[in-house]
Design a protein around this ligand. Structure first.
Ligand SMILES: *Cc1c(COP(=O)(O)O)cnc(C)c1O
Length: 221
């Protein structure tokens, strides 16, 4: 597994408007440094503790993305450095992120996680809930968070038609939310697509893909 080759190959195929988040969960600092040394700077982790441990050991010009489900009581551990939180699924969580961002005198960018898969195991809100959050009077008072888009995960299936439908649903949800024209919300990011389905995701409008195993190899848990 040549990490640099995998990375460069994927990057060479991406349209310019698509950002690659290299997903490093379970991978060692040495492995991640191979990607760093190839020039990559955007990394994603799905556990706060693991991300925090790697952040202290690694160069400071890295953009760390939290792509997993977020427990409110752990937001404080990453609030000083996280650059984008993909999995925001409630107003309660947004309040906590805002509070911790304020303590650190910064603004934290967030994506609303939308449930597009059929599986119950996938987190996220409905597009209606997302609309309600964006339209709530409270949201304009949360000065230290900025909602910049949406994130979703397709069902784990071989059925390409189903995956396509789910990605299209996320794109149309994004379009609906953007049409609300909420002040202070610059919606620009659609985070969808992983190793197995990112090409399809890009065809359906993704602007940010989260790819792990196609860069770093299979994970051993
Ligand atoms: C692990 C993970 C990925 C990357 O998965 P791969 O199939 O290895 O590319 C993407 N998004 C989330 C939320 C993940 O947890």
């Amino acid at each position: 597994m040549n990490i640099q080759e995998n990375l460069n190959h994927i990057k060479s195929t991406l349209p310019e408007h698509v950002t690659l988040v290299a997903v490093t969960k379970t991978k060692s600092v040495d492995e991640i440094m191979e990607a760093y040394n190839a020039g990559h700077r955007i990394f994603g982790e799905n556990k706060i503790q693991e991300m925090v441990e790697k952040e202290v050991q690694m160069p400071k010009d890295i953009e760390w993305h939290m792509i997993g489900n977020v427990q409110r009581n752990k937001v404080k551990h990453m609030a000083h450095f996280v650059s984008l939180i993909h999995g925001v699924d409630s107003l309660r969580l947004l309040r906590e992120i805002d509070k911790q961002a304020k303590i650190n005198e910064r603004t934290i960018n967030c994506l609303l996680q939308i449930k597009i898969a059929e599986e119950d195991s996938k987190f996220g809100m409905s597009s209606k809930e997302a609309q309600e959050i964006l339209q709530s009077s409270e949201i304009s008072e949360l000065k230290n968070v900025c909602i910049v888009g949406v994130m979703g995960m397709a069902t784990f299936t071989d059925d390409q038609k189903q995956i396509e439908q789910e990605f299209k649903k996320l794109k149309s949800t994004f379009d609906e939310l953007k049409a609300l024209n909420i002040e202070n919300c610059k919606l620009q990011t659609i985070s969808m697509g992983m190793s197995g389905d990112y090409e399809m995701a890009i065809d359906c409008g993704s602007t940010m893909i989260r790819v792990g195993s196609r860069i770093f190899g299979e994970r051993n848990y």
